[in-house]
Design a protein around this ligand. Structure first.
Ligand SMILES: [Zn+2]
Length: 334
């Protein structure tokens, strides 16, 4: 039995920067996957670290003969690092894992099976499960501490076609890069990977999200400090809105407002600061989103109302019997 026919070659690309402490743990979980070691490789792309990242990777390379662990240095942002990893690797499937994650041993096998069973999908993504290392702060409820990235809804139970996938737990077919191009290197921050997914969707690519695929996302108590929470959930909303626009996302404003209320309600009910801050962030997001998606219409309506009021005021000053002057229809349409 030939492994090559049964198990496609997979390249796991890990972009990293100044997180050598966690990177070693991440690599340890990646080299011990339940998948034939000779059928996958790990490519670490160092985006300009100033710590001992290189040493951590080369030590792992020396310890592990198979799968191969390679170190590349390529500064220029996370998308440039991703592209460097794609160019330097050879798997027919390319996976992207972040350095602050720990992979369960079945991760690779599940990703390959999902892509094999769903030939029309160009990429499959998983979910982040939060792993809090240290004590839970009292002002964060158990739910928010354990399920940091989504308190919004119970976990999905089925695979689904989605608009966007998480950049830190995703496996893609190499052919997709030949067809849709590489990641946009000018982008950095929220939306850096979402732009590629949008491009793929516009080119009829199908993105699959499956609850069978998941990864641990590590967190410490510091992630729950008020400063960190505000930075992440409130100050980051402008970036998030820009990313949504880039993706051509058409989400209803009602959903955004409901989401904000749900978080705020949760925060009050459970006396959970995390929920409250997320509620504030979601409210800010809803307002920004309304401005972006409905801004034009609002502006038109506002100026139309303003014109009516001004005309009414002007008319009331006249000595002649007051006559409400309607704003010219043509201007109103503009
Ligand atoms: Zn909570």
């Amino acid at each position: 039995m030939s492994h090559s026919s049964e198990y496609p070659l997979v390249s796991i690309v890990v972009p990293t920067r100044n997180r050598s402490g966690w990177l070693g743990d991440c690599l340890t979980t990646l080299v011990s996957q339940d998948y034939p070691a000779e059928r996958y490789e790990i490519v670490v792309v160092d985006d300009g670290s100033t710590d001992d990242t290189r040493k951590v990777v080369t030590e792992m390379t020396a310890r592990t003969r198979s799968p191969s662990v390679r170190y590349l240095c390529h500064s220029g942002g996370v998308n440039a690092a991703r592209n460097r990893g794609i160019a330097a690797s050879s798997g027919s499937i390319v996976g992207f894992i972040d350095d602050d994650e720990l992979a369960p041993s079945q991760l690779l096998g599940v990703a390959v099976k999902l892509l094999t069973d769903n030939p029309s999908a160009v990429a499959v993504g998983g979910e982040y499960r939060s792993r809090l290392e240290g004590k839970r702060p009292r002002f964060a409820c158990t739910n928010c501490a354990e399920n940091y990235k989504s308190i919004r809804a119970p976990r999905e139970t089925r695979s689904a076609i989605v608009d966007d996938l998480p950049g830190g737990c995703v496996f893609l077919r190499r052919q997709a890069f030949e067809k849709y191009g590489l990641f946009a290197e000018s982008l950095s921050g929220p939306g850096d990977d979402s732009e590629w997914f949008r491009r793929t969707r516009e080119g009829d690519g199908t993105l699959l999200q499956s609850p069978e695929l998941w990864i641990w996302h590590r967190m410490t108590e510091r992630d729950f400090l008020p400063g960190s929470l505000v930075k992440k959930h409130v100050l980051g909303t402008a970036n998030l809105v820009a990313a949504r626009q880039l993706m051509g996302w058409e989400s209803g404003v009602g959903d955004e407002v409901m989401q904000a209320l749900r978080f705020l309600g949760h925060g009050l009910r459970r006396r959970c600061v995390v929920g409250s801050v997320r509620g504030l962030g979601q409210s800010a997001l809803a307002v920004r989103w309304i401005q972006v998606t409905h801004g034009k219409r609002w502006e038109n309506q506002r100026s139309s109302v303003l014109r009516s009021v001004m005309s009414a005021l002007a008319a009331s000053r006249l000595k002649k019997p007051a006559r409400l002057v309607q704003p010219p229809l043509q201007e109103e349409k503009r």
